[in-house]
Design a protein around this ligand. Structure first.
Ligand code: NAP
Length: 253
């Protein structure tokens, strides 16, 4: 089906240097897009940009902290200069540093604000900076939320608040930007990446995640990338404001 082909599209994937984001970069490139992975680490971005080129697509090496609006504007300009105007933006960059802190009383304002600034503020900034391109080109924005954007999770309060916010942002941007730009999000369950390394490596915790997940395992990044590539392109042309759980059945319970 041609609707799954992203040939000729230019995409930016924030947090594209590792984990799920790297999987999304590979997935979009395999579907035909030129893709810029964006994160704060030049070495990692260089590596993933090379992986895109090895797949026969164009890429570029641009870094930014998504919590810094000026940095994001400069970076998106640099991507436009190298690859052309943007058709697809994937807001994937995200952090969850407070899971280890335990009870909400131990999360101070600074820690709370930092997570919100990256996970939610960063996504809004990238959306705003790309808005004109996306509108001109009938583009698509895909946000990477979490099951923590759909249900509560203990001991991850800033993260869960940010991901519920991201689901809300997805729906409200979809309303404001229709019919020119489609805006959707995926809500992954547990995926084996650096972010979940503590969980994956702890036998007891890993077993509890598997037990809670009907498909009985963690996801691989590629299994999040395919739904993102679907939402990014014409195959999802009548979907906007959507929230697609990619969670092995976690939220079906
Ligand atoms: P990860 O392996 O820790 O990778 C995070 C990526 O985001 C890296 O490329 C990192 O690169 C980048 N990043 C972090 N802070 C950034 C910032 N301020 N500015 C720009 N880039 C930044 O995480 P992951 O597991 O792949 O998670 C990716 C997304 O999926 C996140 O939004 C996460 O909440 C979501 N998610 C993950 C899971 C899971 O189980 N892993 C489940 C549900 C949802 P630098 O550090 O070099 O900047």
């Amino acid at each position: 089906m041609d609707e799954f082909d992203l040939t000729g599209k230019t995409a930016v994937v924030t947090g594209g240097s590792r984990g799920i984001g790297r999987g999304i970069v590979h997935g979009l490139a395999d579907a035909g897009a030129d893709v810029a992975p964006l994160s704060r680490s030049t070495d990692d971005v260089e590596q993933v940009a090379a992986e895109v080129r090895n797949r026969g697509r164009e890429s570029c090496v641009v870094t930014a902290d998504v919590a810094d609006g000026e940095d994001v504007a400069r970076a998106f300009d640099a991507v436009r200069d190298e690859l052309g105007p943007l058709d697809v933006v994937v807001n994937n960059a995200g952090i969850n540093p407070d899971a280890a802190l335990g009870t909400p009383e131990r999360v101070d304002d600074e820690a709370f604000d930092h997570v919100l600034d990256v996970n939610l503020g960063g996504a809004f900034t990238c959306a705003r900076v790309a808005a004109e391109d996306l509108a001109d080109r009938g583009g698509s924005l895909v946000n990477v939320a979490s099951v923590g954007g759909l249900v509560g999770l203990p001991r991850q309060h800033p993260y869960v608040a940010s991901k519920h916010g991201l689901v809300g942002l997805t729906k409200s941007l979809a309303l404001d930007w229709a019919p020119d730009v489609r805006v959707n999000c995926v809500a992954p369950g547990y995926v084996a990446t650096d972010l979940t390394a503590d969980l994956v490596e702890n036998d007891e915790l890993a077993a509890s995640v598997r037990e809670r997940t009907p498909l009985d395992r963690f996801a691989e990044p590629r299994e999040i990338a395919a739904p993102v590539a679907f939402l990014a392109g014409a195959a999802a042309s009548y979907i906007t404001g959507g929230v697609l759980a990619v969670d092995g059945g976690w939220t079906a319970r």
